[in-house]
Ligand binder design. Structure first.
Ligand code: 6PG
Length: 247
């Protein structure tokens, strides 16, 4: 059993600095992936925090830098709403990034069709992933994640069956008040690179619980532990205010 790789924790002085650092790491990982395999498969996070990263990816210095025609865009999770709904993770990413970069959406953007409802949307996305990755567990070059104050990540909420699912790559999450669809932990942990982004004091307590050495790994975000890949946590000082990272 290979020893668990320690997470790379970076604490930035502000939300803005955290987003800039995230864009720089995104660019580096994308270039590495394209150099090694001629393509870059990334699963975008939802919520609000990643928007600050996405808007930087189509502005200098990255705007011409990233080869979007070698990039395939996926999503870690979606709410069971249509793509135009204000709650849609796709809509957030589309407005912040996808509508501004040149890529053939129908070919390179793999939206989770939340409007089909949790089970149908999960089946549909499972089939979409199989089309691209073949059988078995998809391996993304980069999975972007956020964390909720309850310790959820993607749409893997504490106490839901989705957290313990190991037989499927995508599951519906009917238990949540806004029904959702999510990729599962085996998919997340099979990624070459996983990058969490979190800012603000509201996350400080849960981040301390997840990141402090020795705590039981019980929360969904704490179960993110890549098999062989890199685990990066980008925090601003407020989100990191609950713990002192190991030297
Ligand atoms: C979602 C995300 C979710 C998000 C966290 C943090 O659909 O909301 O998948 O896991 O990353 O809830 O959200 P914020 O970035 O808005 O704090």
């Amino acid at each position: 059993m290979t020893p668990e790789r320690k997470p790379e924790i970076e604490i930035l002085k502000s939300h803005e600095a955290m987003c800039h650092r995230a864009a720089s790491l995104f660019d580096t990982i994308a270039k590495e992936s394209m150099g090694e395999r001629g393509q870059f498969f990334v699963a975008l996070a939802g919520g609000t925090t990643p928007a600050g990263l996405y808007i930087r990816l189509h502005a200098p210095p990255y705007e011409l830098d990233l080869e979007w025609n070698k990039t395939q865009i996926f999503f870690t999770d979606e709410r069971c709403v249509g793509p135009e709904d204000s709650a849609s993770n796709f809509r957030m990413a589309h407005e912040a990034l996808l509508q501004r970069v040149y890529m053939k959406p129908e070919k390179y953007v793999h939206r989770i069709k939340g409007e089909l409802g949790p089970d149908k949307a999960a089946e549909d996305y499972e089939a979409e992933l199989k089309k691209i990755f073949g059988r078995g567990t998809p391996c993304f070059d980069l999975v972007l994640l956020g964390i909720g104050s309850d310790g959820h990540t993607a749409s893997l909420f504490p106490g839901t069956q989705a957290v313990t699912e190991t037989g499927r790559n995508v599951v519906g999450v009917p238990e949540h008040e806004i029904k959702r669809v999510s990729i599962t932990l085996p998919v997340i942990n099979n990624a070459r690179n996983i990058m969490f982004m979190a800012t603000g004091t509201a996350k400080a307590e849960v981040i301390a619980e997840v990141l402090e050495e020795g705590n039981p790994k019980s929360l969904p975000a704490g179960l993110v532990s890549p098999r062989e890949g890199r685990l990066i946590w980008l925090l601003d000082t407020r989100a990191a205010s609950g713990f002192t990272p190991e030297d």
